[in-house]
Design a protein around this ligand. Structure first.
Ligand SMILES: [Zn+2]
Ligand SMILES: [Zn+2]
Length: 352
């Protein structure tokens, strides 16, 4: 089965390999499922004229991760700096045997590939990202108010948190995990349930839950899933809490959990815009096979993924980084706050 994220029927999941088809395999993948459905694009993408389209073919002396950004020579100096990979970004490390790309050798999606794909863009009537809590959230769960401010700053779209829905009200298959003995919810069922509840003005609807998720019977679990076409996703915080595995929570565990929840949340919502997994850079949109791999990745997108998001949302990239810096600083995610502050200065006027 092809391993690249593709458009599957609602009952098919991308990325399964025979090695994954075991209950106890060390598999903690973040999956992307895309279901077939009617085209719901609100408006045409605001494409640059052909003369400025990123059509340059990769040349032998340009690294694929740089070539994937495309030609930026016709863009404004500010945008050229925003998509300049020269500093502040780390090329993708060689994967270890349990890492995502070792298990799922996906094809790259260049910026030009992204523009050519049938992706979703926010329209004037559909510009809200909704977060929908499902089930119980204990007091020490990642605060949805904090997560919504991060999502707002990251995507520069309005974010609204919907009233919580009881798990029993969601039509989704459940099972007991044979090893953890904990309940799990079938994520594709949740996605199908969500597609019928997408608000009129929603660009996307992201369910969040403390329930553990699984993508299909042969899989151990999944952190989250999102549709590339239907603009819905679901994410579990359950395994991002050290206590899930009986480990001590330790100092700063809530900050750690918030960071993990943020990583998965912006990763999954990025998929709603049609972004496939990033393969060239250490990036928030890169696939992740286990928590340590996610923990080692930044919370920010690489220049390729930033350019894709920018082409869909058309934000001011310097203003976006400044607002992100303020939110991340307030939430004590200091390294990323510093990174965004530094990027804002560079993008605005070339200050390093
Ligand atoms: Zn993913
Ligand atoms: Zn990327």
């Amino acid at each position: 089965m092809p391993l690249r994220e593709q458009r599957f029927s609602p009952v098919t999941v991308a990325g399964l390999t025979s090695a994954n088809r075991t209950w106890f395999a060390l598999v903690t993948s973040i999956m992307v499922l895309a279901s077939c459905g009617p085209d719901a694009t609100e408006r045409g993408r605001n494409l640059a004229p052909p003369s400025s389209s990123p059509t340059l073919a990769p040349t032998p002396d340009v690294a694929p991760g740089v070539a994937a950004i495309g030609d930026t020579s016709q863009l404004s100096p500010m945008l050229r700096r925003a998509f300049d990979p020269a500093a502040d970004f780390t090329p993708m490390r060689d994967p270890g045997p349990d890492d995502w790309l070792a298990q799922h050798p996906e094809s790259p999606q260049t910026f030009a590939d992204f523009l050519a794909a049938d992706t979703r863009v926010p329209g004037p009537q559909r510009r809200v990202i909704y977060l929908l809590p499902i089930g119980e959230f204990p007091r020490d769960a990642p605060p949805l108010a904090s997560l919504s401010t991060i999502v707002h700053a990251f995507f520069t779209l309005e974010v609204r948190v919907l009233p919580a829905v009881k798990l029993a009200d969601v039509t989704a298959k459940r099972r007991i995990h044979p090893a953890t003995k904990k309940s799990q919810v079938l994520a594709p069922d949740v996605l199908r349930w969500l597609t019928r509840r997408l608000p009129e003005d929603a660009f996307g609807l992201m369910a969040v839950t403390m329930e553990d998720l699984y993508p299909q019977e042969s899989w151990n679990f999944v952190f989250g899933m999102a549709s590339l076409r239907e603009r819905v996703g679901v994410q579990s915080f359950a395994r991002q809490d050290p206590a899930f595995f009986g480990d001590p929570r330790g100092d700063g565990w809530q900050r750690l959990m918030l960071r993990r929840a943020t990583w998965t949340l912006v990763h999954e919502i990025s998929h709603m815009f049609g972004l496939s997994h990033c393969v060239h850079w250490e990036c928030v949109v890169a696939g992740s096979n286990h928590q340590a791999e996610s923990d080692g990745r930044p919370l920010h997108p690489c220049p390729v993924c930033l350019r894709k998001l920018h082409s869909s949302i058309e934000f001011d990239p310097a203003e976006r980084e400044l607002r992100l810096a303020a939110v991340l600083e307030q939430l004590e995610i200091k390294d990323e706050a510093e990174w965004s502050k530094r990027r804002a200065a560079w993008i605005r006027d070339g200050t390093r």
